[in-house]
Design a protein around this ligand. Sequence first.
Ligand SMILES: [Zn+2]
Ligand SMILES: [Zn+2]
Length: 306
Amino acid sequence: MHVTFLGTSGAIPTTERNTSSVLVRREGERFLFDVGEGTQRQMMRYGTGFDVSHVFLTHLHGDHVLGLPGLLQTWDFNDREAALAIHTAPGTKPAVENLVTAAGTRPSYPVRVDEVSPGSVALGGDDFEVRAFETEHRTRSVGYALVEDDRKGRFDRERAEELGVPVGPKFSKLHDGQSVELDDGTVVDPEQVVGDPRPGRRVVYTGDTRPTDAVERAAEGADLLVHDATFADEDAERAPRTGHSTAREAAELAASAGVNRLALTHVSSRYGGYAGHLGEQAREVFEDAFVAEDGQGVDVPYPDAD
Ligand SMILES: [Zn+2]
Ligand SMILES: [Zn+2]
């Protein structure tokens, strides 16, 4: 799984940072989380590919959605035929429908807009799902957690051969959890040769939010948490007033949720040229924190990868 930060600025873009968007590539599929103005050019610039099947919107503030009309139009010019699903917070579907037709006509490919309430599954794949969770941002908003299913345990080939299982289809039967009978009548059970299930990966994107208990629960054990970090310590009093977080608050949440890595994003334009202190403040609390930069790509390996 690979994550590309397309826009890491707060409400107002700067020369270094575009408004919010994160692209996640997983097993050949691309998902876009928020679509700030100019997202399509960021996709071109950073070579993420254009083939997006699902868009997940956290809330209807302009810095998270104004890139949608342009991107939809470009897909139309490119003769897109594949259906597009747009997932959005409860009560925001009419406004998103307006964005879909903002430039006059509806795209010629199918576009479906679905509201998703916190706690429910926005997208259920074969071996993963994207769940919405509750955030707190002075408007209707949700965050999203991409959670992969557990994978099969490791198959102990050596042990299987010791037990007399012949190399071949009986190996995969065992790995799939079925017992097999050998020629001499001995039965070998999967528990004898297959290890415990191994956890999948989790990427959690909060969108704009205060650091709440609900966000912490959703972030539990995430391999990568992408969290609102609009403000530095010196502007901390602004965070609750505007429904945002400081970098330090994001780090505190990451620490209690036991996440692996924390990406700080939605950096206020007031820190224009330099946002390094946000990272420093966060790392005082949680070591594996970094300020995400536009164009930065992050690999998300399996938790048990070497
Ligand atoms: Zn925002
Ligand atoms: Zn917002």
